[in-house]
Each structure stands twice: as structure tokens, then as C-alpha cells.
Design a binder for this molecule. Structure first.
Ligand code: SF4
Length: 210
């Protein structure tokens, strides 16, 4: 069943990648920190000016949170995010020669970087297999039955067991895209969803309504 679902997702979404525009691991890290409780579209509107002002961690590390806040006010949680961005840049400069580290432990030690953000950076900046579980991945994976989990961490562990490692990065993107386009939080488009013959949520809904 999992293989069929993955094959269908691949046929629907092909080679997918993050919606966050970036040209380096540093830019992806900044964009991902900004994306907490903010859409990718909003982040992509903010980051061009931010990256022009602070194209390297060394420059961001010297900024004040108030200066950074001027660029990111529309991102939500801007006070916390501007503090975290400056502190993160300072750690990159002080402890990592201005580079974004490539281990989960080092990434999660950065302010504003939790497991999900670390996974996004590992997978999309460095090609290291990881499954970042955001709200879309959590919802779609559990509806489909790829996971039966109460929280994102359990969902990640179950997905890593269910999905071949070579497909972790793409599966993350496929689930996000399906969550945005079809399997929406409210009113999922189940009747037109190509995955409905294999979906646990759909079969439960059908049996409860019959
Ligand atoms: S059938 Fe419905 S619940 Fe299942 S994946 Fe498709 S849209 Fe989501």
C-alpha cells in the first residue's frame, strides 16, 4: 500500500523541492526560521531585501535585532525571529567558521531551529535524508495511513520506517504539495483525490456515512 501511495504521489508531483527561495544553505536556514507560522509565499516576499542587506552570516551577526526587524515585520513573531536570526548568525560565525553546520545536533543548538527546521536544512541544503513533519505532512500522512501518530515526532519516526530512505526527501515535498492542493485541512477534496482508494481517512468516512 505504501509503495502504491508513493508511486501515485510521485506521478502527481514529480521532482518537488522546497517553496522557500534560496541560493545557499545560509539563506535556506534564515528562510526556514522565518517560515514558522508564516507561509512560504510571505517569506519569499521578505527575503530578497533581507538577503541584500545581510548576504552573509558575518553581516547578520553584527546587526541589531531592531535593524533586522525592519525587514521581517510581516513574517509574524518578528520580535522573536529577529533575535533568533542575529543570535544564530553569531553562533555560525563564532563556532562554525560562518558556515551552516551539517549535523542535526549542531543545527538544533541554533536559536529558532527545532527538529523540523533542522530536517528542512539537512534535506534541502545538503541532501541528507530527513523527513520534516510540518502541519501538512502530519495531516496528510496520518489521513492516508502512512502514519498513525499523535504528534509530529512520532509521525516522523513512523514515516522513516514506512518509506525507503532514498525517498524521504521527495516524500516530504509530495505530502506538502498534496496537503496544499488536495488534502486540505478543511474540506479535503476526497472525491477527486487519486489517492482515495488507498486512503484510511476516506474509507473511514465512507463507511461511517453508509
Ligand atoms: S482521499 Fe481525502 S483524506 Fe485521503 S489523501 Fe485524498 S484528500 Fe486526503
Amino acid at each position: 500500500m505504501t509503495t502504491t501511495i508513493l508511486d501515485l504521489l510521485e506521478s502527481l508531483y514529480g521532482r518537488a523541492t522546497t517553496g522557500l527561495k534560496h541560493n545557499s544553505a545560509y539563506e535556506l536556514l534564515v528562510a526556514t526560521i522565518l517560515s514558522a507560522q508564516c507561509t512560504d509565499e510571505r517569506v519569499n516576499l521578505i527575503t530578497p531585501a533581507l538577503f541584500r542587506a545581510y548576504p552573509r552570516p558575518q553581516l547578520l551577526a553584527q546587526a541589531s535585532p531592531e535593524e533586522v526587524a525592519e525587514y521581517i515585520r510581516s513574517a509574524g513573531l518578528w520580535k522573536t525571529k529577529s533575535r533568533n536570526l542575529v543570535k544564530t548568525a553569531q553562533i555560525l560565525v563564532r563556532e562554525h567558521q560562518g558556515q551552516v553546520p551539517q549535523t542535526r545536533a549542531e543545527l538544533e543548538a541554533l536559536p529558532g531551529v527545532g527538529r523540523k527546521t533542522a530536517n528542512v536544512v539537512l534535506a534541502n541544503a545538503f541532501g541528507i535524508p530527513a523527513i520534516a513533519v510540518d502541519t501538512h505532512v502530519f495531516r496528510v500522512a496520518n489521513r492516508l495511513g502512512l502514519a498513525q501518530a499523535a504528534n509530529p515526532r512520532q509521525t516522523e519516526e513512523q514515516l522513516m520506517k514506512a518509506i525507503p530512505q532514498a525517498k524521504w526527501i521527495q516524500a516530504h515535498h509530495w505530502l506538502i504539495q498534496h496537503g496544499r492542493a488536495v488534502c486540505r485541512a478543511r474540506n479535503p477534496l476526497c472525491e477527486s483525490c487519486p489517492l482515495n482508494p488507498y486512503c484510511r481517512y476516506y474509507s473511514q468516512e465512507k463507511s461511517s456515512s453508509s
